[in-house]
Design a binder for this molecule. Structure first.
Ligand code: FAE
Length: 542
């Protein structure tokens, strides 16, 4: 069996890494570009597989492990690259002098916080998909969103979960079985005191104090991080990664417990699961005999299509993420490739109520360097506009300019938002998103109300800043796409696609436009575990 073999040599030497660190802010504006990337040749996926999984994020990783454990020969197709931790701690792009490895197929970085740097077009880890009125972020590479995410592992409250999910998905069962299972797999734990109390997390302490002054509750959040590695950073044993604000483009010292280190490693260890990188699925259809046909574009590492291949499988698992799966299903329905997909396909999509804002001039020093990951969140579930979870993220300007910004960046996750739907655009052979202009209005109002409350109780010296958006609030983006093939609508209550046998959705597309006021990855993985526990009986005849 062919394994995806990709050995990544270091695009930047350790010395260069140090030089760039010393260059500080200059490097931020005159970014390092290196067209001298090592040549990466994708493996060759088998023509036919018993089970085929499209995507290696949370849903795909869970599905592959559970299939592999049962002896099912499983092929995973991943459009992005694999990102092993390099011995010199420079396998991922640097956060502050980014190169092509930072971003999926763009010539400029696309993170929500400026400045944006010119880079080589490359199959980097963070993708931004631009729709009308909405920018959607996602991970690309083996591990999907877990490569670029904040690791915040939040279980929704029962009452909020039950407002969003159909009653057939029992909270009791998720709570007693599937949430704990995933948490153990990804090893999510709260920050140790020695880190929490260090200068790097002062900002989270200011956030806690200000919330307390306003009568609002915060708590430490479980993080899918290896804290021992971050403690080694603190003790000066290894170069800084989390402590200098790396996260969005990957953590160079391996402190993030991304899926390649747990679910996917275990799946590969079964000997039944193989991952093929630079394999981008363009279309899916079904033959008359029930076999699924998957049209694949083989990419080079710069995103050029170098070959087209047709693969087949008996069981097909859709795990290309909320937008990726919605794209493939919406196209398949519109192009008559899977004509019996029901009318819910492409619908019920939401932003998980993401609204980001920054408060400046906060009372209390927030630290010269604000470190990653975010460790604390505010639970404001009785907000008069809509329930909110607000996490305090770092603004790591101190990594390049040695100043205390006296500022806090916050990401609100709100319960009630609008819903959008995807449509097929025949001219581009792609999808477009119809997203209501006021889709995040309730969350915006809830966030403004919270800011006013914080200002009132903290001597009122804070003011809004326009680093993200001229209004001070960014409402036209999401890190948390949810929906497009919603559970109980486009699929049954276990992810089986309606009107098709042996076709399943197991990723964020199943979420009903929201993750019930919590970051979504834990719920996506737990739901995938629940789906697989039932689906496995379709695949393995007991
Ligand atoms: P996902 O993880 O996106 O995986 C989909 C995979 O499919 C990716 O590897 C793609 O490259 C691949 N793919 C897509 N299209 C194709 C195709 N046509 N052919 C082949 N492969 C394809 O999907 N969530 C949290 O819970 N906590 C956090 O702290 C957090 N922070 C985040 C920070 C950022 C910057 C971002 C972008 C997201 C964050 N999220 C967070 C969201 C989280 O990453 C996301 O909900 C999950 O990764 C979604 O899991 P899926 O399995 O749906």
């Amino acid at each position: 069996m062919t394994k995806s073999k990709k050995t990544r040599t270091n695009a930047i030497s350790r010395r260069r890494f140090m030089e760039l660190g010393a260059l500080g802010s200059a490097a931020m504006f005159f970014p390092y570009c290196d067209t001298n990337y090592p040549v990466i040749t994708p493996g060759i996926a088998p023509e036919h597989s018993q089970a085929l999984v499209i995507g290696t994020g949370f849903g795909g990783a869970v599905a592959a492990l559970r299939l592999g454990e049962k002896g099912i020969q499983t092929t995973m197709l991943e459009r992005g690259l694999e990102w092993p931790i390099a011995p010199n701690f420079d396998g991922f792009s640097d956060q502050f002098s980014p190169d092509g490895r930072s971003t999926w197929l763009r010539t400029q970085t696309a993170a929500p916080i400026p400045p944006h740097a010119n880079i080589d077009r490359y199959t980097g880890v963070l993708e931004r998909m631009d729709f009308d009125g909405m920018k959607v972020y996602a991970g690309a590479g083996v591990g999907g969103g877990s490569l670029v995410y904040g690791g915040m592992t939040v279980q929704p409250e029962r009452e909020l979960f039950e407002r969003i999910f159909p009653s057939e998905v029992s909270y009791d069962e998720m709570d007693s079985r599937y949430y704990p299972l995933v948490k153990e797999m990804i090893n999510a734990t709260i920050v140790p005191d020695r880190l929490k109390d260090s200068e790097y997390f002062k900002y989270a302490e200011v956030f806690r104090r200000q919330a307390e002054n306003a009568g609002l509750n915060t708590r430490l959040i479980d993080q899918a991080y290896d804290w021992d590695i971050v403690l080694q950073e603190l003790d000066g044993e290894i170069p800084h990664s989390a402590l200098k604000g790396e996260l969005l483009y990957g953590n160079n010292n391996g402190c993030k417990n991304s899926l390649d280190k747990n679910y996917l490693a275990d799946a590969r260890a079964t000997g039944n699961v193989n991952i093929y990188t630079l394999h981008q699925v363009a279309d899916i259809t079904q033959r008359k005999d029930g076999i699924y046909v998957v049209e694949v574009e083989i990419l080079d590492q710069y995103g050029n299509v170098v070959e087209n291949r047709t693969l087949t499988c008996e069981y097909l698992f859709m795990a290309a993420g909320s937008v990726g799966t919605s794209r493939l299903l919406t196209k398949a329905k519109a192009k008559n490739l899977l004509p019996n997909l029901n009318s819910f396909v492409g619908k019920g999509w939401g932003t998980n109520g993401n609204v980001m804002f920054k408060r400046n001039g906060v009372l209390g020093q927030t630290g010269t360097v604000q470190a990653n990951p975010p460790i604390r969140a505010m639970e404001y579930y009785d907000n008069p506009f809509t329930p909110l979870l607000i996490e305090s993220a770092p603004y790591p300007i101190g990594a390049v300019l040695p100043i205390d910004c006296l500022c806090l960046i916050q990401l609100a996750v709100g319960l009630e938002t609008g819903r959008g739907e995807f449509e097929y655009d025949a001219i581009r052979d792609d999808i477009r998103l119809n997203w209501p202009a006021d889709g995040n209005k309730k969350v915006l109002d809830a966030a403004k109300h919270t800011v006013a409350k914080l200002n009132e109780s903290n001597l009122g010296i804070e003011y809004l800043d326009n680093v993200l958006d001229p209004s001070g609030y960014t409402t036209d983006f999401t890190y948390h796409p949810c929906g497009g093939a919603v559970i109980g609508e486009a699929t049954d209550y276990y992810g089986r696609v309606e009107n098709y046998n042996k076709l399943y959705v197991v990723d964020g597309a199943l979420m009903p436009g929201s993750s019930a006021c919590a970051n979504p990855s834990w719920t996506i993985a737990a739901l995938a575990e629940r789906c697989m526990a039932d689906i496995i009986g379709d695949v393995v005849k007991l």
